[in-house]
Design a protein around this ligand. Structure first.
Ligand SMILES: [Zn+2]
Length: 222
């Protein structure tokens, strides 16, 4: 039986693997991401391996099987459609929907999710700019870079805010740093560790390097 714990592990392995696709995911990194001690993560991974969801090489790490990846994409689809529904239909703030979706993603049926998706007009991205996998388990791959990679004068569009922390999301919203907003890099000051940008060709915002790392943009517009 697929429990919510299994779904959370599989989702986390998928998300961690996205950051470094070539290598096996080290057990220590998974344990840290799940906020458990390594022994707990190892025991769980053995169960996942027995269910055919992951391949586990002791002392090297973990990788999702095709079945594991399909499950991860299914959970992410539920999570991201739910977040969109909570913002677009129920009017919740985008800073508070992640926690709600963490619970609901394990409870919502395919039937209810399909109706939500239809009502939302089948969105391709959630409110934070994360791509929503299709019901068939396909996901859009778009190359994004952090603001800190841009050169002065570079004009692009904010694609994603890569932090689910409510305080950071509120900060981003207050400053107009939202997915879909046009942005031009004005200056990157390495010494001050700050980045100055212009939004929608009128508002100028200065960000610290750490915050700028979490604002992801498309390398090219269009
Ligand atoms: Zn979320």
């Amino acid at each position: 039986m697929i429990t919510s714990t299994i779904e959370n592990y599989i989702k986390q392995i998928y998300l961690q693997q996205q950051e470094n696709k070539s290598k096996l995911l080290p057990m220590g990194r998974l344990a840290a991401a799940m906020h458990v001690v390594p022994g707990t993560a190892t025991a769980m991974v053995k169960t996942l391996a027995d269910s055919g969801l992951v391949e586990y090489e002791p002392r090297s790490g973990i990788r999702l099987t095709h079945g594991g990846e399909q499950l991860a994409l299914h959970v992410l689809r539920r999570h991201r459609v739910l977040e969109s529904f909570l913002v677009e239909v129920l009017g919740l703030d985008w800073s508070e929907v992640h926690e709600e979706a963490e619970t609901l993603e394990h409870a919502v049926s395919d039937k209810v999710l399909e109706r939500m998706d239809l009502l939302l007009n089948r969105p391709q991205f959630d409110p934070h700019g994360d791509p929503i996998p299709t019901a068939k388990g396909q996901i859009k791959k778009i190359r994004l870079v952090p603001l800190t990679d841009l050169k002065p004068g570079h004009a692009t569009i904010i694609a994603r805010v890569a932090d689910q922390d409510p305080a950071f999301l509120q900060f981003a919203e207050k400053n107009g740093l939202l997915p879909g907003v046009a942005l031009t890099l004005i200056e990157r000051d390495e010494q001050a560790d700050s980045v100055q940008v212009r939004l929608q060709e009128k508002i100028t915002v200065t960000l610290g390097g750490k915050a700028a790392e979490k604002i992801l943009v498309r390398m090219a517009t269009g």
